[in-house]
Ligand binder design. Structure first.
Ligand SMILES: [Zn+2]
Length: 99
């Protein structure tokens, strides 16, 4: 497979991931958390399979431990570490990530 083709596939996979994350967010808003997680998991599987690097806003949009969609002040708490000057995401499952 040549490079251009590879790039094309990655671009379309990235698009699918973005859509899945959007679906997951919608499902969560419609109070369908199980469905939402399923979408996130699908997105994450694609991500792993194609070894795709995500833009920051997508990378910080779901939990890779419990597949929860991250919605600030809803599913996650974002705290600011004053001493070290960074933001930290705290997921429901206990996973936390520095952003
Ligand atoms: Zn989590």
């Amino acid at each position: 497979m040549d490079n251009r083709r590879k790039k094309l596939i990655k671009t379309s996979v990235r698009d699918s991931i973005k859509k899945l994350v959007d679906h997951a967010r919608d499902a969560y808003k419609k109070k369908q958390p199980a469905r939402s997680k399923r979408y996130v998991k699908m997105a994450f599987d694609l991500l792993k399979k194609h070894k795709i690097k995500l833009p920051k806003e997508l990378k910080n949009s779901f939990c890779r431990k419990c597949f929860l969609i991250w919605i600030p002040n809803k599913t996650i708490k974002v705290t600011y570490d004053k001493r070290n000057h960074y933001l930290r995401i705290n997921c429901e499952c206990g996973y936390s990530k520095r952003i």
